[in-house]
Structures are given as C-alpha cells and as structure tokens.
Design a protein around this ligand. Structure first.
Ligand code: ADP
Length: 459
C-alpha cells in the first residue's frame, strides 16, 4: 500500500511533463516483489489498477479494461522475475556460507589429520601438518617429491589394482623420517574421480607406532602367561607325582629296611648284600627328595604379594581375553568396580588364574545358544575383594563340585584337568579359596576373595 501511495505521489509530480498511466506504478509492484510476499505483490497490482481506474479518465471502458489487464500481466511477470532473482540471491548466500563452513571443516581436518595428496605420478601435491610431523619434514621440503621417498616401495597403482575399489582398505607400510628412522604406517588410499585432474590420490596416514608398541606389550604378556602356565602346570604335575609316589617310595624303603634286618641275622656273609641294600635305600630316598624339590621349585610362588589395582590387572589382560572370547563367538563382559580395587597380588599369577577361569567359561558356553561370559569384581568388606568369572553354560553338576578342583579331573577329550587345580593353588597362595556356584547368567560362577590393601604404590 505504501509503495502504491508513493508511486501515485510520484506520478502526480510527473504530471507537469505529460500523461503517465501505469508506468510510474511499475516500481510500486517491483518493491513488494523484491521485499515481501506474493500476496503483497498481488495487492500492489490490484491497488494500482483501482487507483488508475478511479484517478485516470479513459476514453472507453474497453480501453480501461485492456490497460488494466495488460498492467496485471506485466505486474505479475515483473513480480515473478523479481521473486526469482531474490530466491537465487538467497540461495547463493546460503551456498556461500555452506562453502565457507565446508572449507573450514576441510581445513580443520587437514590440520588435525595426516593427509597427503599425490598427482598421477605419485608426486606430493600437498601435505598436512600432522603428516609433516610424522615424516619430520616440512611442506616446502616435501611438495613435488615422489611419495616413495617417504614410504618404502610405495606404489599406489599396485595397491589400487589389488583393491579394485575407489577407496582401498588400510594397508601397512614402512615410513621413513627425514632423519632415516623407520616406522610402521597405515595408509588408506582414496582415488578422486578421473574427471577431476587437480589431484589424483588422497592418502590418509595412521602412525602405527603406538599400536605396534601395544601389540608388542600384549605379545610379551601372552608369552609371560604361557611361561607361567608351563611352570605352574609342571609344579602341579610334580605335586601330583610327589603325592602319588610318596606312598610306594616309603613302602619300598620300608621293605628294604626289613630285608636288611633279615640279612643282619645271616651274619657276616650278608654284609655285602646289606651294603648294596643301603645303596638302594639311599637311591629310593633320593628319588623322593628329587620329586619334592621339583615340586618346591616349580610350584606357584606368591610369597611376594604387592599392591595392585584389579582394574589395571584386567585392563592389561583385556586384549588376551578378547583373543579367547570373540573368535569363538563369545563376548566377554568385564565389570570391575574400580573404586576400591587395590589388592595384594602377584600380578602375573593372578592374571594366570583369571585367564584359566575365562578359558573354561568360554569353552563351557561355546556350544550353547546363549553365550555370555562375565568377569565381575566388587569390594565385599573393608578387607576383602571378590572376583568372579561367570558364564551362561551348562554349569557344574552338584556331584562333580567336590571333585572339580582335583588335578587330572577333566570331562574334555583333550583336557589335562590342570587348569582348576593350578588356579586353586594360585588363589590359596593369595589367601583365598576358589569356590564354584551357580551364576545368574545360568551357568557356573567360579569365585574367590582376595586381600584388599590401602597402602603402597599400586600399579
Ligand atoms: P580342563 O579344562 O583341562 O578339563 P580344568 O581343571 O580347567 O581342566 O577343568 C576341569 C573340569 O571342570 C572341566 O573338564 C569341566 O568339566 C569342568 N569345568 C571347568 N570350568 C567349567 C565351567 N565354567 N562350566 C562347566 N564346567 C566347567
């Protein structure tokens, strides 16, 4: 309405120069088309026509109608063109801000990620800051050089051909720093569509040194556990042998002693035989000693218990447990209350006990429809912390519960029956008692308690 009023005033001012009909009213339609809605534009057209019909005398009605229709048509066209212009401008503003945001995101990614772009000859076009840090180089030094100067034998064409994909899976290579140091690096290759010749290959690099160190640490822990397992099971075998042989050896020594007494009655003639029997007795006693010593040498020695956090013990162990469970389709849930989890332990022996229980639990659920294994830990009093390994397997039959911890007791065709007896020995050396019960997961729950501590530099 305002724009029509202004246009009418303007036309009044122009009257001195001649007769203007609809021409001065065209800006009155353009203004709402540019600034307001379609309805405002239509209103401006209608008001302009009304004002013209009322204010400007025409020769005939037909002339008035034809001019009004013409103005309505031209007004509508102008309105639509102005509107289209406005929409296009808005979209270009939106697009502009979108592009600015995207550019900022890409720049942020480039500053945060190790990215290198290569041309079709594998020469470096650009290299991000983190990638420079990885190779201990600078963009000035690196740009334009072949990428295989930085990564031994790198050949993106071969990798791409092997992958046959636009984005290949990460591959592992040997990176070389400018000072000659070699390090493992993961490279993900992305090919840009052929139409864009600005850059052919985008490489996303991952420094695998940390991963490699973690892998080595896991390997070392695994080796240590295997070694401890061998020693523990040997110790357990020696204990069994010592137990089993003790009686026959004592009996043999007794018989030899009795024979010697008989020979004593035979007089000097039997002296030589008696001396031989002395030698035999010595050997029998020695055999007993050897077995006892073997047992002492190899048995679990947890005399030197130190403060440790159970959450940290489990954290170290997690990669090893993940090697036991998930490959067999058994997820392992670890739920350790880390608030009061300082305990006195021989770290590696306790880890051995937990691995033994988890291995059994995984084997117990392997053929079950529901496969669940959980390692749970809670402080149960100011002095004791309780650890349990539970599963959703078939559980342990009540009649088997008593025999379960005896050495050589196994229900598996390839079992040795040593796992639980070694675990029991470890737990007892920690001042605990290994017990078996039924878990709320539906299977067995093996649990033990261990001494809490409040002092010392736990690890
Ligand atoms: P092995 O695993 O070589 O048989 P173990 O001493 O570790 O020796 O286990 C002895 C037996 O105890 C197993 O053969 C199995 O019958 C039973 N057992 C151990 N753990 C579980 C469990 N989580 N669920 C059911 N039975 C178990």
């Amino acid at each position: 309405m305002a724009s029509v009023a202004i246009a009418l005033l303007a036309r009044l001012g122009l009257e001195a120069f001649g007769k203007f009909y609809y021409l001065p009213l065209i800006p009155a339609v353009m203004l709402p088309a540019l600034l307001a809605s379609r309805r405002a534009t239509a209103l401006a057209i209608i008001l302009s026509i009304l004002a013209n019909v009322v204010l400007v005398p025409r020769e005939s009605l037909t002339d008035a109608i034809v001019n009004a229709l013409l103005f309505a048509l031209v007004g509508a066209a102008i309105g639509e063109i102005a509107r289209a212009g406005r929409t296009a401008r808005n979209r270009s503003v939106q697009l502009g801000s979108h592009l600015v945001k995207r550019e900022a995101t890409i720049q942020a990614m480039l500053t945060a990620a190790s990215i290198v772009t290569l041309d079709e000859d594998s020469k470096i076009i650009s290299i991000s800051g983190p990638a420079c840090a990885l190779f201990k180089t600078s963009p000035d030094e690196a740009v334009g050089r072949p990428f295989h100067d930085f990564v031994e034998y790198f050949d993106p064409a071969a990798v791409q051909a092997a992958a046959g994909e636009q984005t290949a899976a990460e591959q592992y290579w040997l990176g070389r720093c400018s000072d000659g140091d070699l390090f493992p690096v993961g490279i993900q290759i992305t090919l840009l569509p052929a139409a864009d010749h600005a850059c052919e290959v985008i490489l996303t690099l991952t420094d695998l040194r940390l991963w490699h160190t973690a892998e080595l640490r896991n390997q070392a822990l695994n080796d240590q556990l295997n070694q401890v397992w061998r020693m523990n099971s040997l110790g357990e075998m020696a204990a069994i042998l010592s137990h089993e042989l003790n009686q026959p050896l004592t009996a043999a020594a007794g018989y030899l002693h009795a024979t010697q007494a008989d020979l004593g009655r035979a007089g000097v003639l039997a002296d030589s035989a008696s001396r031989t029997i002395d030698l035999a007795k010595g050997q029998v006693l020695r055999a007993g000693d050897i077995i006892r010593r073997a047992r002492d040498l190899l048995a679990v020695d947890t005399r030197h218990l130190e403060p440790h956090r159970l959450s940290s013990i489990l954290e170290d162990l997690e990669p090893i447990l993940q090697m036991l469970g998930p490959p067999a389709g058994v997820p392992i849930q670890i739920d350790i209350d880390s608030a009061d989890d300082r305990v006195l332990a021989d770290r590696i022996q306790l880890q051995q006990a937990i691995v033994n229980l988890v291995r059994n639990a995984v084997e117990a659920v392997e053929n079950e429809p529901l496969r669940e294994v959980a390692v749970r830990g809670r402080a149960i009093s100011t002095t004791r912390y309780r650890l349990s390994v539970e599963d959703s397997g078939p559980g342990v039959a009540p009649r088997q519960m008593d025999r379960l911890f005896q050495p050589m007791m196994t229900t598996k065709t390839d079992g040795m029956g040593l796992g639980l007896s070694v675990t029991r020995t470890i737990v007892e050396r920690h001042g605990g008692k290994l017990a078996v019960d039924t878990s709320d997961l539906g299977g067995a729950a093996f649990s033990f308690e261990i001494q809490r501590t409040f002092s010392g530099d736990e690890s």
